[in-house]
Design a binder for this molecule. Sequence first.
Ligand code: PLP
Length: 439
Amino acid sequence: MSNLIYPTTNFKATETLTMERGDGAYVYDNEGNQYLEALAGLWCTSLGYNNRELIDAAAEQMGQLSFSHMFGGKTHQVGMDLADKLTAMLPVENAKVFFGNSGSDANDSQIKMLRYYNNAIGKPEKFKIIARERSYHGVTLAAACLTGLHANHTYFDLPFDALGILRTDAPHYYRGALPGESEEQFVDRIVNNLEQLILKEGANTIAAFIAEPITGASGVIVPPKGYYQKVQAVLNKYDILFWADEVITGFGRTGNDFGCTTVGIEKPDMMSMAKQLSSAYMPISAAAIRGDMYEAMIEPSAAVGAFGHGFTYSGHPVASAVALKTLEIYERDNIFGHAATIGEYMQKRMAEFRDHPLVGEVRGAGMVGAVEMVANKKTGEAFNNGAAGAFAVQACQNHGMITRAVAGNSLAFCPPLIVNEAQIDEMIEKLGKALDETL
Ligand code: PLP
């Protein structure tokens, strides 16, 4: 064992796989075994591995200006170009963007901007945030409070109350519906629960509602049709902002430019991004807010002397150069269009597993999906631990494919956006073998 403390790892587990290199949609371990990277790393390597243009963009920027901070208005062209190109793509009105290094810190920055903004407009009591069960928003102290997963909370004594984090239902019909409830009734019930929560807490105390348009790490939950429209109507009624966490769903993943578009949210007020922003060649995140929210913070920041929030690496020039090149490639090569086409094929092929005796639900949109394995297909009885998930992940690995178990016994699929139909076929064939062996 090395001296590493591994992230998101059972410390009893031993080291399993030592990765050495990657090329296109494939990665290779230190024994030369090839694996199809069916989770795009951690939902992030959209343009695959060993992309020469991204490598060159990083190398050139390192040679030119390897670092320059952005405190106090000191800036650099590549950072400004990235901000302009990115905000021009976003559905957030007159978006302004703050750069960081990870999805978690983007969400922390959003919480702080929300508080700053509400103080600026004379509503300091409006600071609470509604987050959902079975959501994943990261692991820094504040982002972990937003996250709605047991393992990210237990033993950490998180400051939920101090941060004003409220919790509402996950929109997962398969697991959350009452007996005999239709999808529409389910949506109406959980949206009513949301409204009751707002009324109980007082709308004047609630700043925002955060959601991944389609969740990732918590099991790839695709809400029933109409869910977000009804949520949005409630939020509008009580003057609560819609904050989209697009860390996974951003940049073509769900069959459209952003997950918001896929699920019918027209104008989110805030949007968090990371991962595919740079195809994971460099760590970078972006926290976008509406232009008028930024405007409201100008005078207060001048009065204090500074908007006192920023990272050494906010707008890091090398990360900016790589992200800018990534966005250029998305546009030039119509990567989102390709992903939409391949995504339809992927969903069609994944749906074939609906009849598999081990599979309770197949769900997904575009190029992200999951199969949930169940103890009893007829009743939907869940496995009560993650053993099936762990077994199936290992079986996939034995067949030369990397994936991850999410929410215990669901296998997640999120290949690089550049894969072709033959590689989807390869993914399906390997998944089929792994499921048969898990049965
Ligand atoms: N938000 C979402 C929706 C995510 O899926 C993730 C990571 O998977 C995060 C935030 C946290 O991002 P990071 O791991 O870069 O901190």
